[in-house]
Design a binder for this molecule. Structure first.
Ligand SMILES: [Zn+2]
Length: 338
C-alpha cells in the first residue's frame, strides 16, 4: 500500500513521439526484485500478517521461478526483515547493474471497497514505455487469475516528478522500476488469493513468467521459450504522462425496466471520462447515505446496462455512481421509484 498525496502539478498534454523499440538488455539480464516494506515498515497491516511478510514470500517464489531461466541474474534488495529506504533500494539496483527493478506490494483501501490489481510505472520517456510494457505482462497474468484490472498508471508528486519514491529514485539512475500491487488484502473479491501458500506461490510464479516474457527468456530445460514472444510495444511519450486528477464528467442513469413483482430494475448507465477509463459502479437506495459494493464497469465504452435487485421493502429512489481508474467518482441524479 502507498499513501496518496494530491498536488497541483502542471502537466503537458501527452504527445507521442517516435516509436520505441522494446529494449532487450545485453545478456545476462539483471533483475532486481524488491520485496516491499520490511523491518519496522510493515506496509498494510489490516490483516494479522503484515504486507512485508507477503511481499517477501512472493519475492522468494518469484526468484526461484525466474532462476529456472537461462541468462538472467536475479537479486533481492533484501532477504532479512530490515528497514531499507527507497533510495537504498534504487542504489542497490544501480550497484548490481539492474536492467529492471520490480517492487512487490499488496494493497488495501481506507474504505475497503476497492479490489483488483494495478501497476504503477515511471511517467517519462523510455522508462515509461518499458514500465508500461512490463506492467502489461503482470496485469495479463493477474487477469488470468480472475483479478480485476485497475490499470497501469503513473502518478506525479508535488515536485512534478514521479510521486512514488522507488520509481523516482530508480528514474534518477535511469533504471526502469514498477510497483506491482498484486491485489487488495481487505476485500472479499481478492482475499482468497493470499490465503494459502499455494496462492502466494502462484503470484511469485506468475510474476516471474511476466518478467520472462518481457525479456524473452528461455528456460534452462528448454521447455519454455519466450525468445520470439513480443511484449506490447509502447511508443516513447514526448512529454511526461500525468495521472488523471478529475472525476468522470457526468453519470446519467435511465430506467429501462422495473419488474415490480420480482423487484428488479434495469438501468442504462451513461458516463464519460476523457483521461482514464471507467472502472466500477455502485448504487444507493438511501439517497447516497450507503452504497452497494462496487461492481466492474463492463460496458460498451461509456454506456453499460446494470440490473439491480431491490430486495424487500418499499424503495422510493435509487442513484448510481461511477469511478475511474484513479478512484475519482461521479454520482447520477436519483431515479424515483413508485
Ligand atoms: Zn506496499
Amino acid at each position: 500500500m502507498r499513501k496518496f498525496v494530491f498536488g497541483a502539478v502542471l502537466c503537458l498534454a501527452v504527445v507521442f513521439g517516435f516509436s520505441g523499440i522494446n529494449v532487450k538488455a545485453a545478456e545476462p539480464v539483471v533483475v532486481v526484485i524488491d520485496p516491499g516494506h520490511g523491518g519496522s515498515n510493515l506496509g498494510t497491516d489490516y490483516l494479522p500478517i503484515p504486507e512485508k511478510n507477503y511481499t517477501m514470500m512472493v519475492a522468494l517464489y518469484m526468484k526461484e521461478q525466474l532462476e529456472t531461466y537461462k541468462d538472467v541474474k536475479v537479486y533481492l534488495t533484501h532477504t532479512d526483515d530490515v528497514d531499507m529506504s527507497l533510495a537504498e533500494r534504487a542504489e542497490f539496483a544501480q550497484n548490481v547493474g539492474a536492467d529492471f527493478l520490480f517492487s512487490l506490494h499488496f494493497n488495501m483501501s481506507i474504505s475497503h471497497t476497492l479490489y483488483g490489481s494495478e501497476v504503477w510505472i515511471p511517467s517519462l520517456g523510455e522508462l515509461y514505455s518499458q514500465g508500461y510494457s512490463a506492467g502489461n505482462e503482470f496485469i495479463k497474468q493477474f487477469s488470468e487469475m480472475g483479478l480485476f484490472n485497475r490499470g497501469i498508471k503513473t502518478r506525479i508528486g508535488n515536485s512534478g516528478t514521479d510521486y512514488y519514491g522507488v520509481i523516482r529514485q530508480c528514474a534518477i539512475r535511469d533504471i526502469p522500476a514498477i510497483i506491482v500491487e498484486h491485489c487488495h488484502v481487505d476485500n472479499i473479491n481478492d482475499i482468497a488469493n493470499i490465503q494459502s501458500p499455494e496462492k502466494l506461490k502462484e503470484f511469485g510464479v506468475r510474476d516471474a513468467e511476466a518478467v520472462a516474457r518481457y525479456f524473452g527468456l528461455i528456460s534452462k530445460d528448454g521447455n519454455t521459450d519466450y525468445s520470439t514472444y513480443a511484449p506490447l510495444a509502447v511508443p516513447v511519450p514526448a512529454a511526461r504522462v500525468c495521472n488523471d486528477t478529475t472525476a468522470p464528467l457526468y453519470l446519467n442513469a435511465k430506467l429501462i425496466n422495473y419488474d415490480r413483482t420480482e423487484k428488479y430494475i434495469t438501468v442504462e448507465l451513461n458516463s464519460q471520462d476523457n483521461e482514464s477509463a471507467l472502472q466500477y459502479y455502485a448504487y444507493s437506495i438511501d439517497s447516497g447515505a450507503t452504497w452497494s459494493a462496487y461492481q466492474p464497469w463492463i460496458g460498451n465504452g461509456n454506456i453499460m446496462t446494470a440490473t439491480v435487485n431491490l430486495g424487500f421493502g418499499k424503495k422510493s429512489s435509487i442513484m448510481f455512481k461511477v469511478t475511474n481508474k484513479y478512484d475519482l467518482e461521479a454520482v447520477s441524479p436519483a431515479i424515483r421509484l413508485n
